[in-house]
Write a protein that binds this ligand. Structure first.
Ligand SMILES: O=P(O)(O)OC[C@@]1(O)O[C@H](CO)[C@@H](O)[C@@H]1O
Length: 596
């Protein structure tokens, strides 16, 4: 099933637009990433895109099911599930919709989330759990107990997570009460077909059965093709944004139907409404005011400097917007091999306002997420090597973050403010050498289509659009800062952590692509780097991938070491490590050595 022109699934391919992102200036990085993002709506090549008839039909169907459950929430639920960023967005959206239901409609919350690895994965990447379909299925079974009706939405951008395949398999055995939906961004014939340890099925085989269920109206597959990611395989970027667009629209239209049925009667043109919203999101994603670009380029320069000088990027925010900072930070260690402390997020109220299943995760001050913890443990040590990004809404005046501004300004850290409207001025931010970034959305341009929605929904749609803008801005900042640190070669992540089956294989294909070696040679070199040895034992060479992953997750710089092993003749592990100590940025090490 896993067929494609160059052997790689679209979500794992390199995007031609960003091929030189590693040598580009901040302004160009912004332009290239923005250009790639347009493919979320424009589509990619001849494949089905987000406006294609089948995708719109599937959206119609999911909206029907969601409306039904929101209208009759007793003994029913909508569960969104995913791994890594996909799971974090499932949590993010379910929390947001539950709040809306309680606040605006006085209804009981009916949305829930699942994330591979449990709540700790909301904060820290724990990708190995993505490989476990049996665990995925068992957890969904627990969640469905006692429910009469469930709308299950499984998200796997690459159609590649075994955890989601296990849950879809569970749904296929319980179609009497569960309506399964799959969200992903590859054509179905590119679903991952690698063997899954201790299971007799693959993602491809399960999703193909789901397709059969879809053909008789018992399931839906939402898989518009959105093209390769700006940083190859980094599905937190376009994949994450497209996931949020689809989930937002499903809920916006369902809520519109629920609210209208109480006031004006049934909504007839559901398809038309879906299209209006898609167009609106497209317009917002296209909007890149010149001022925003220039300011963002300055912020990226500052954030890149911080990372290059062993400083940090800290996101401080409140509520949903603040949570986007946490989500962005969480993906940096696996994507760029960075330390958890390099990019961190904090929110007002910390775990007490998070609303996650497990509450305070008790991970200690090194992983705390409360702004108070930032104040106590980080503020006293801030230096000019750090960048602080405040994520504020214009409504946020008078909060913890506001009062922190003055304190931060007394330090030499760079402070940036990401805001939705230029309605108030923060002199504390503007004074001195501090940078200031306003994320301003030109609302007036988008007001017209919003007029058809009831007021409380208009507010929600605006909030959702702002979230999308903040997400893409933060993704650009952290990605570009790591690019400036030399963590990307062409548009490949060359220091990613090989912490699950998909990423292990991604590591091999990056080596094949970059160095022109065979898959076998690449695999042996990767294993040598993983086990830190020049002579692999039989157990190491032939062990299961889960064993390699467990070791890789504990070993830093596996891919940089592999690159050196493959580029220098007879290079030993010791020599590779010494070279890396001399040239910490692998891009420099690689360039230097390839000239030798
Ligand atoms: O199952 P998906 O959504 O395809 O991929 C999920 C994942 O493996 O990929 C992302 C980064 O590449 C991470 O957020 C996450 O760990």
């Amino acid at each position: 099933m896993e067929a494609s022109s160059n052997g790689l699934r679209i979500t794992e391919r390199s995007n031609p637009v960003t091929q030189n992102i590693d040598t580009s200036a901040p302004q160009d990085i912004i332009n290239q990433i923005s250009q790639c993002e347009q493919e979320i709506f424009q589509g990619w090549k001849e494949y089905e895109n987000i406006f294609s008839e089948r995708i719109l039909q599937s959206l119609d169907q999911v909206v029907d099911r969601a409306t039904e459950i929101i209208t009759n929430p007793e003994k029913s639920c909508i569960v969104m599930s995913g791994c890594g960023t996909s799971g974090r967005l499932a949590f993010f959206v379910s929390r947001d919709i539950n709040k809306f239901l309680q606040r605006e409609l006085g209804q009981i919350p009916c949305c829930d989330y699942l994330i591979a690895g449990g709540d700790v994965a909301l904060l820290k990447s724990t990708e190995a759990q993505e490989d476990d379909p049996i665990l995925g299925s068992a957890i969904l079974d627990q969640l469905c107990a006692g429910k009469d009706k469930v709308l299950y939405i499984g998200i796997t951008c690459g159609l590649s997570a075994a955890y989601i395949a296990g849950q879809i398999d569970y749904c296929l055995h319980h179609l009497d009460k569960v309506f399964p939906v799959l969200i992903g961004f590859n054509p179905l014939n590119q679903a991952r077909d690698h063997p899954i340890e201790k299971w007799d099925q693959t993602c491809a085989s399960v999703f193909s059965k789901l397709n059969e269920a879809q053909s008789v109206g018992k399931a839906a597959i939402l898989n518009p093709v959105i093209g390769p990611e700006p940083i190859t395989g980094s599905s937190r970027m376009k994949g994450g944004t497209a996931t949020k667009v689809l989930l937002d629209i499903i809920f916006q239209v369902s809520l519109y139907r629920v609210i209208s049925s109480k006031t004006e009667g049934a909504v007839h043109n559901v398809r038309g409404i879906i299209k209006v919203l898609l167009e609106l999101y497209f317009k917002v994603m296209q909007s890149r005011p010149r001022e925003w670009q220039l300011e963002l380029a300055d912020v990226i320069t500052a954030a890149g400097k911080s990372l290059n000088n062993d400083g940090h990027i800290y996101y401080l925010g409140k509520d949903q917007l603040g949570m986007l900072g946490l989500i962005d930070a969480s993906e940096c260690p696996p994507t760029f091999g960075s330390d958890f402390q390099d990019v961190r997020g904090f929110i007002q109220g910390g775990f007490s306002v998070w609303g996650n299943h497990e509450g305070d995760l008790g991970l200690g001050s090194k992983h705390d997420i409360d702004i108070q913890s930032f104040k106590k443990n980080i503020l006293p040590q801030l230096s000019d090597r750090d960048s602080i990004i405040l994520i504020c809404s214009s409504k946020d005046q008078g909060n913890d973050i506001d009062s922190l501004c003055e304190d931060i300004q007394k330090t030499s850290a760079v402070m940036v403010c990401v805001e939705d409207e230029r309605t108030f001025q923060k002199s504390a931010v503007i004074d001195g050498s501090n940078l200031e970034l306003y994320l301003q959305i030109p609302w007036t341009q988008f007001e017209e289509p919003l007029g058809i929605f009831p007021p409380q929904l208009q507010k929600q749609i605006r909030k959702n659009l702002l979230q999308i803008c903040v997400k893409r801005t933060l993704n650009m900042i952290s990605t570009a800062a790591h690019v400036l640190k030399g963590k990307v070669y062409q548009n490949y992540m060359i220091d990613l952590t090989l912490s699950n089956n998909k990423l292990f294989h991604r590591g091999i294909s990056i080596m094949v692509k970059l160095l022109g070696v065979t898959e076998d040679l690449a695999t042996v070199a990767i294993l040598r780097a993983i086990y830190s040895t020049d002579h692999l034992t039989e157990g190491q060479r032939d062990g299961p991938i889960s064993q390699h992953i467990a070791s890789a997750s504990r070993t830093p710089k596996v891919l940089p070491v592999t690159i050196l092993l493959l580029s220098i003749e007879n290079c030993t592990i010791e020599e590779a490590l010494q070279t890396l100590a001399k040239y910490p940025a692998i891009r420099t090490a690689f360039h230097t050595l390839s000239k030798v």
